[in-house]
Design a protein around this ligand. Structure first.
Ligand code: MG
Length: 376
Protein backbone atom coordinates (compact mmCIF):
# COMPACT_ATOMS: atom_id res chain seq x y z
CA UNK A 1 0.00 0.00 0.00
CA UNK A 2 1.24 3.51 -0.72
CA UNK A 3 0.03 7.08 -0.35
CA UNK A 4 -0.95 8.50 -3.72
CA UNK A 5 -2.73 11.76 -2.92
CA UNK A 6 -2.90 14.36 -0.16
CA UNK A 7 -5.82 16.81 -0.21
CA UNK A 8 -5.67 19.80 2.13
CA UNK A 9 -8.73 21.76 3.31
CA UNK A 10 -8.96 24.94 5.38
CA UNK A 11 -11.99 25.76 7.51
CA UNK A 12 -12.59 28.57 10.00
CA UNK A 13 -14.21 27.14 13.11
CA UNK A 14 -16.04 29.92 15.03
CA UNK A 15 -16.14 29.71 18.82
CA UNK A 16 -19.58 30.01 20.40
CA UNK A 17 -18.29 32.68 22.80
CA UNK A 18 -15.11 34.80 22.73
CA UNK A 19 -12.53 33.01 24.86
CA UNK A 20 -9.91 34.69 27.06
CA UNK A 21 -6.63 33.30 28.36
CA UNK A 22 -3.86 34.59 30.56
CA UNK A 23 -5.86 37.16 32.50
CA UNK A 24 -7.45 38.61 29.38
CA UNK A 25 -4.13 39.03 27.55
CA UNK A 26 -5.14 36.62 24.75
CA UNK A 27 -8.55 36.59 23.04
CA UNK A 28 -9.81 33.90 20.65
CA UNK A 29 -12.92 33.98 18.46
CA UNK A 30 -12.20 31.65 15.50
CA UNK A 31 -9.87 28.68 15.05
CA UNK A 32 -8.02 28.18 11.74
CA UNK A 33 -8.47 24.44 11.08
CA UNK A 34 -6.67 22.30 8.50
CA UNK A 35 -8.05 18.94 7.41
CA UNK A 36 -6.08 16.43 5.35
CA UNK A 37 -7.44 13.55 3.28
CA UNK A 38 -4.87 10.88 2.47
CA UNK A 39 -5.67 8.54 -0.40
CA UNK A 40 -3.94 5.21 -1.04
CA UNK A 41 -3.47 3.08 -4.13
CA UNK A 42 -5.70 0.44 -2.49
CA UNK A 43 -8.67 2.77 -2.14
CA UNK A 44 -8.45 3.41 1.60
CA UNK A 45 -8.89 7.01 2.68
CA UNK A 46 -7.70 8.49 5.97
CA UNK A 47 -8.55 11.81 7.59
CA UNK A 48 -6.50 14.04 9.84
CA UNK A 49 -7.01 17.42 11.47
CA UNK A 50 -4.63 20.08 12.73
CA UNK A 51 -6.29 22.95 14.60
CA UNK A 52 -3.94 25.09 16.68
CA UNK A 53 -5.60 27.19 19.38
CA UNK A 54 -5.06 30.38 17.38
CA UNK A 55 -1.49 31.53 16.74
CA UNK A 56 -0.86 33.44 20.00
CA UNK A 57 -1.23 30.52 22.42
CA UNK A 58 1.81 28.39 21.54
CA UNK A 59 4.18 28.40 18.52
CA UNK A 60 1.69 26.98 16.00
CA UNK A 61 0.11 28.74 13.05
CA UNK A 62 -2.67 27.66 10.66
CA UNK A 63 -1.00 29.01 7.49
CA UNK A 64 2.33 27.64 8.77
CA UNK A 65 0.77 24.19 9.14
CA UNK A 66 -0.31 24.21 5.49
CA UNK A 67 3.11 25.48 4.37
CA UNK A 68 4.66 22.60 6.33
CA UNK A 69 2.41 20.12 4.54
CA UNK A 70 3.59 21.47 1.18
CA UNK A 71 7.22 20.99 2.23
CA UNK A 72 6.68 17.46 3.57
CA UNK A 73 4.32 16.13 0.88
CA UNK A 74 7.01 14.95 -1.59
CA UNK A 75 8.71 13.00 1.21
CA UNK A 76 5.64 11.06 2.30
CA UNK A 77 3.91 10.37 -1.00
CA UNK A 78 4.66 6.77 -1.97
CA UNK A 79 5.22 5.65 1.65
CA UNK A 80 3.01 2.93 3.16
CA UNK A 81 0.80 4.88 5.61
CA UNK A 82 0.41 1.82 7.85
CA UNK A 83 4.11 2.19 8.69
CA UNK A 84 3.61 5.17 10.96
CA UNK A 85 7.24 5.18 12.12
CA UNK A 86 8.42 5.35 8.51
CA UNK A 87 6.09 8.27 7.85
CA UNK A 88 7.30 9.93 11.06
CA UNK A 89 10.96 9.56 10.02
CA UNK A 90 10.19 10.93 6.54
CA UNK A 91 8.46 13.98 8.04
CA UNK A 92 11.22 14.59 10.60
CA UNK A 93 13.84 14.39 7.85
CA UNK A 94 11.90 16.75 5.56
CA UNK A 95 11.14 19.33 8.26
CA UNK A 96 12.74 19.22 11.72
CA UNK A 97 10.41 20.53 14.43
CA UNK A 98 7.03 21.97 13.29
CA UNK A 99 5.27 19.20 15.17
CA UNK A 100 1.82 20.77 14.75
CA UNK A 101 2.16 20.38 10.95
CA UNK A 102 2.97 16.67 11.29
CA UNK A 103 0.10 15.81 13.59
CA UNK A 104 -2.70 15.69 10.95
CA UNK A 105 -0.65 13.43 8.68
CA UNK A 106 0.13 11.09 11.57
CA UNK A 107 -3.59 10.99 12.52
CA UNK A 108 -4.68 10.17 8.96
CA UNK A 109 -2.05 7.41 8.71
CA UNK A 110 -3.36 5.81 11.92
CA UNK A 111 -6.88 6.10 10.48
CA UNK A 112 -5.80 4.17 7.37
CA UNK A 113 -3.79 1.62 9.36
CA UNK A 114 -6.82 0.93 11.56
CA UNK A 115 -9.15 0.51 8.62
CA UNK A 116 -6.66 -1.82 6.92
CA UNK A 117 -6.40 -3.95 10.07
CA UNK A 118 -10.11 -3.83 10.88
CA UNK A 119 -9.30 -2.33 14.29
CA UNK A 120 -9.98 0.98 15.99
CA UNK A 121 -6.90 3.16 16.43
CA UNK A 122 -6.98 2.47 20.18
CA UNK A 123 -6.97 -1.29 19.59
CA UNK A 124 -4.25 -0.98 16.96
CA UNK A 125 -2.15 0.97 19.48
CA UNK A 126 -2.29 -2.05 21.75
CA UNK A 127 -5.80 -2.20 23.07
CA UNK A 128 -8.49 0.05 24.44
CA UNK A 129 -8.87 -0.46 28.18
CA UNK A 130 -11.65 2.11 28.56
CA UNK A 131 -14.58 2.84 26.26
CA UNK A 132 -15.73 6.19 27.65
CA UNK A 133 -13.98 9.22 29.10
CA UNK A 134 -15.34 12.05 31.22
CA UNK A 135 -15.18 15.36 29.37
CA UNK A 136 -13.38 18.35 30.86
CA UNK A 137 -14.80 21.80 30.26
CA UNK A 138 -12.65 24.82 29.55
CA UNK A 139 -13.71 27.83 31.63
CA UNK A 140 -12.08 30.98 30.19
CA UNK A 141 -10.70 33.77 32.35
CA UNK A 142 -13.67 35.59 33.86
CA UNK A 143 -15.06 37.24 36.95
CA UNK A 144 -16.19 35.19 39.96
CA UNK A 145 -19.83 35.40 38.85
CA UNK A 146 -19.07 34.49 35.23
CA UNK A 147 -16.93 31.57 36.38
CA UNK A 148 -19.84 30.23 38.44
CA UNK A 149 -22.23 30.63 35.49
CA UNK A 150 -19.85 28.87 33.13
CA UNK A 151 -19.34 25.92 35.51
CA UNK A 152 -23.11 25.66 36.00
CA UNK A 153 -23.66 25.61 32.23
CA UNK A 154 -21.19 22.74 31.85
CA UNK A 155 -22.66 20.89 34.83
CA UNK A 156 -26.05 21.08 33.11
CA UNK A 157 -24.44 19.30 30.13
CA UNK A 158 -23.16 16.57 32.46
CA UNK A 159 -19.53 17.64 32.79
CA UNK A 160 -17.71 16.50 35.95
CA UNK A 161 -14.26 17.91 35.11
CA UNK A 162 -13.39 21.59 34.65
CA UNK A 163 -10.24 23.37 33.59
CA UNK A 164 -10.62 26.84 35.09
CA UNK A 165 -8.39 29.41 33.40
CA UNK A 166 -6.62 31.76 35.79
CA UNK A 167 -3.44 33.84 35.65
CA UNK A 168 -2.71 37.51 35.22
CA UNK A 169 -4.04 39.00 38.45
CA UNK A 170 -2.98 37.37 41.71
CA UNK A 171 -5.69 38.87 43.92
CA UNK A 172 -8.47 37.96 41.50
CA UNK A 173 -6.98 34.50 40.95
CA UNK A 174 -6.97 33.74 44.67
CA UNK A 175 -10.57 34.95 45.00
CA UNK A 176 -11.74 32.86 42.02
CA UNK A 177 -10.01 29.70 43.30
CA UNK A 178 -11.58 30.13 46.75
CA UNK A 179 -15.02 30.68 45.23
CA UNK A 180 -14.83 27.68 42.88
CA UNK A 181 -13.63 25.45 45.71
CA UNK A 182 -16.57 26.65 47.80
CA UNK A 183 -19.05 25.39 45.18
CA UNK A 184 -17.05 22.34 44.13
CA UNK A 185 -18.95 19.05 44.25
CA UNK A 186 -17.31 16.00 45.85
CA UNK A 187 -17.02 14.08 42.56
CA UNK A 188 -15.71 16.98 40.46
CA UNK A 189 -12.22 17.18 39.01
CA UNK A 190 -11.00 20.79 38.90
CA UNK A 191 -7.71 21.97 37.51
CA UNK A 192 -6.58 25.60 37.70
CA UNK A 193 -4.87 26.37 34.42
CA UNK A 194 -2.55 29.35 34.51
CA UNK A 195 -1.41 29.04 30.89
CA UNK A 196 2.03 30.45 31.81
CA UNK A 197 0.39 33.60 33.17
CA UNK A 198 2.39 34.04 36.39
CA UNK A 199 5.92 35.08 37.22
CA UNK A 200 7.64 32.85 39.77
CA UNK A 201 6.82 35.18 42.68
CA UNK A 202 3.19 35.49 41.57
CA UNK A 203 2.90 31.70 41.44
CA UNK A 204 4.32 31.42 44.96
CA UNK A 205 1.92 34.06 46.29
CA UNK A 206 -1.13 32.15 44.97
CA UNK A 207 0.22 28.74 46.00
CA UNK A 208 0.84 29.94 49.57
CA UNK A 209 -2.52 31.75 49.79
CA UNK A 210 -4.48 28.65 48.70
CA UNK A 211 -2.40 25.84 50.16
CA UNK A 212 -5.16 24.82 52.61
CA UNK A 213 -7.29 23.88 49.55
CA UNK A 214 -4.75 21.41 48.01
CA UNK A 215 -5.62 22.39 44.43
CA UNK A 216 -3.63 21.59 41.29
CA UNK A 217 -2.09 24.21 39.03
CA UNK A 218 -1.45 23.68 35.34
CA UNK A 219 1.52 25.37 33.68
CA UNK A 220 1.94 28.04 36.38
CA UNK A 221 4.90 29.76 34.67
CA UNK A 222 6.51 30.03 31.27
CA UNK A 223 9.25 27.40 31.31
CA UNK A 224 10.32 24.11 32.88
CA UNK A 225 13.15 26.03 34.58
CA UNK A 226 10.53 28.23 36.26
CA UNK A 227 8.53 25.20 37.37
CA UNK A 228 11.70 23.49 38.67
CA UNK A 229 12.44 26.59 40.75
CA UNK A 230 8.90 26.61 42.17
CA UNK A 231 9.06 22.93 43.06
CA UNK A 232 11.93 23.64 45.43
CA UNK A 233 9.82 26.29 47.20
CA UNK A 234 6.28 24.86 47.28
CA UNK A 235 4.67 21.43 47.21
CA UNK A 236 1.46 22.31 45.31
CA UNK A 237 0.70 19.64 42.69
CA UNK A 238 1.47 20.73 39.14
CA UNK A 239 0.36 19.69 35.68
CA UNK A 240 2.56 20.61 32.73
CA UNK A 241 1.15 21.07 29.25
CA UNK A 242 2.57 23.95 27.17
CA UNK A 243 6.12 23.00 28.25
CA UNK A 244 5.54 19.36 27.29
CA UNK A 245 6.35 19.39 23.59
CA UNK A 246 9.03 16.77 22.97
CA UNK A 247 9.90 13.36 24.38
CA UNK A 248 12.96 15.01 25.94
CA UNK A 249 10.63 17.38 27.84
CA UNK A 250 8.69 14.36 29.08
CA UNK A 251 11.78 12.53 30.31
CA UNK A 252 13.09 15.66 32.04
CA UNK A 253 9.76 16.28 33.80
CA UNK A 254 9.66 12.64 34.93
CA UNK A 255 13.31 12.43 36.00
CA UNK A 256 13.33 15.75 37.88
CA UNK A 257 9.87 15.30 39.40
CA UNK A 258 8.51 18.53 37.91
CA UNK A 259 4.84 17.49 37.64
CA UNK A 260 2.22 15.03 38.86
CA UNK A 261 0.25 15.27 35.60
CA UNK A 262 1.13 15.42 31.90
CA UNK A 263 -1.28 17.49 29.80
CA UNK A 264 -0.77 15.92 26.37
CA UNK A 265 -2.24 17.99 23.55
CA UNK A 266 -1.98 15.95 20.39
CA UNK A 267 -1.51 18.67 17.81
CA UNK A 268 1.21 20.35 19.90
CA UNK A 269 3.27 17.18 20.40
CA UNK A 270 3.07 16.00 16.76
CA UNK A 271 0.31 13.39 16.88
CA UNK A 272 -0.45 9.95 18.28
CA UNK A 273 2.89 8.31 17.45
CA UNK A 274 4.91 10.80 19.47
CA UNK A 275 2.23 11.18 22.19
CA UNK A 276 2.21 7.42 22.84
CA UNK A 277 5.85 7.62 23.95
CA UNK A 278 4.99 10.42 26.41
CA UNK A 279 2.12 8.29 27.74
CA UNK A 280 4.57 5.47 28.43
CA UNK A 281 7.05 7.77 30.18
CA UNK A 282 4.22 9.07 32.35
CA UNK A 283 2.90 5.62 33.26
CA UNK A 284 6.40 4.35 34.03
CA UNK A 285 6.86 7.19 36.54
CA UNK A 286 3.49 7.29 38.28
CA UNK A 287 2.44 10.46 36.46
CA UNK A 288 -1.23 10.91 35.56
CA UNK A 289 -2.42 12.18 32.18
CA UNK A 290 -4.92 14.56 30.64
CA UNK A 291 -5.28 13.87 26.90
CA UNK A 292 -6.67 16.67 24.76
CA UNK A 293 -6.99 17.97 21.28
CA UNK A 294 -5.23 21.33 21.00
CA UNK A 295 -8.48 22.57 19.49
CA UNK A 296 -10.79 21.67 16.66
CA UNK A 297 -13.67 19.49 15.59
CA UNK A 298 -15.01 16.09 16.59
CA UNK A 299 -12.15 14.53 14.57
CA UNK A 300 -9.53 16.04 16.88
CA UNK A 301 -11.58 15.10 19.95
CA UNK A 302 -11.89 11.54 18.63
CA UNK A 303 -8.13 11.28 18.13
CA UNK A 304 -7.62 12.26 21.78
CA UNK A 305 -10.23 9.73 22.83
CA UNK A 306 -8.32 6.89 21.14
CA UNK A 307 -5.10 7.69 23.00
CA UNK A 308 -6.99 8.16 26.28
CA UNK A 309 -8.57 4.73 25.78
CA UNK A 310 -5.12 3.12 25.91
CA UNK A 311 -4.43 4.58 29.38
CA UNK A 312 -5.58 2.71 32.51
CA UNK A 313 -8.64 4.46 33.93
CA UNK A 314 -7.02 5.46 37.21
CA UNK A 315 -4.20 7.30 35.38
CA UNK A 316 -6.32 9.24 32.87
CA UNK A 317 -8.26 12.16 34.35
CA UNK A 318 -10.44 13.29 31.44
CA UNK A 319 -10.51 14.42 27.83
CA UNK A 320 -11.59 17.82 26.57
CA UNK A 321 -14.34 18.23 23.98
CA UNK A 322 -13.50 21.33 21.99
CA UNK A 323 -16.40 20.49 19.64
CA UNK A 324 -18.83 21.80 22.27
CA UNK A 325 -17.23 25.26 22.03
CA UNK A 326 -17.77 25.61 18.25
CA UNK A 327 -20.76 26.74 16.21
CA UNK A 328 -19.78 24.79 13.07
CA UNK A 329 -19.99 20.98 12.97
CA UNK A 330 -18.05 19.55 10.03
CA UNK A 331 -19.21 15.98 10.67
CA UNK A 332 -22.96 16.57 10.78
CA UNK A 333 -23.49 15.05 14.22
CA UNK A 334 -21.45 11.91 13.58
CA UNK A 335 -18.65 10.61 15.78
CA UNK A 336 -18.29 10.73 19.58
CA UNK A 337 -20.58 13.34 21.13
CA UNK A 338 -21.25 14.43 24.68
CA UNK A 339 -23.52 11.90 26.35
CA UNK A 340 -24.10 12.90 29.98
CA UNK A 341 -20.59 14.28 30.23
CA UNK A 342 -18.81 11.37 28.54
CA UNK A 343 -17.37 10.72 25.07
CA UNK A 344 -17.68 7.11 23.88
CA UNK A 345 -15.13 5.43 21.64
CA UNK A 346 -16.58 4.59 18.18
CA UNK A 347 -16.81 0.92 17.23
CA UNK A 348 -15.71 1.47 13.61
CA UNK A 349 -12.17 0.64 12.42
CA UNK A 350 -9.64 3.47 12.24
CA UNK A 351 -10.52 6.89 13.63
CA UNK A 352 -14.24 6.13 13.49
CA UNK A 353 -15.42 9.51 12.19
CA UNK A 354 -14.89 11.34 8.92
CA UNK A 355 -15.97 14.87 7.97
CA UNK A 356 -18.83 15.76 5.68
CA UNK A 357 -16.77 16.87 2.68
CA UNK A 358 -19.44 19.40 1.63
CA UNK A 359 -18.63 21.34 4.83
CA UNK A 360 -14.96 21.59 3.93
CA UNK A 361 -15.27 23.37 0.58
CA UNK A 362 -12.74 22.87 -2.19
CA UNK A 363 -9.24 21.66 -1.28
CA UNK A 364 -6.74 24.51 -0.90
CA UNK A 365 -3.95 22.17 -2.02
CA UNK A 366 -3.55 18.78 -3.66
CA UNK A 367 -0.28 16.83 -3.79
CA UNK A 368 -0.12 13.61 -5.78
CA UNK A 369 2.36 10.86 -6.46
CA UNK A 370 1.55 11.19 -10.16
CA UNK A 371 2.75 14.81 -10.12
CA UNK A 372 5.88 13.86 -8.17
CA UNK A 373 6.81 11.11 -10.59
CA UNK A 374 6.19 13.37 -13.60
CA UNK A 375 3.27 11.31 -14.86
CA UNK A 376 0.58 13.29 -16.70
MG1 MG B 1 -3.59 24.00 29.85
Amino acid sequence: MKLTDIYVYQVNLPLEHPYWLSGGRLKFETLDATFVKLVTDEGLVGWGEGTPWGHTYVPAHGPGLRAGLETMAPFILGVDPRKVLEVERAMDLALPGHLYAKSPIDMACWDIAGQAAGLSIADLMGGACTKAQPIASSVGTKTIEETRQSIEMYRARGYVAHSVKIGGNVTRDIARIRDVEAIRRPDEIILYDVNRGWSRQEALRVMHATQDLHVMFEQPCETLDDIAALRALHSAPVSVDESLVTLQDATRIARDGLAEVFGIKLNRVGGLTKAARMRDVALAHGIDIFVMATGGSVLADCEALHLAATIPEQACHAVWACQDMLTLDIADGRGPRNKDGYLHLPDAPGLGVHPDEACLGKPVAHYSLAQESGAP
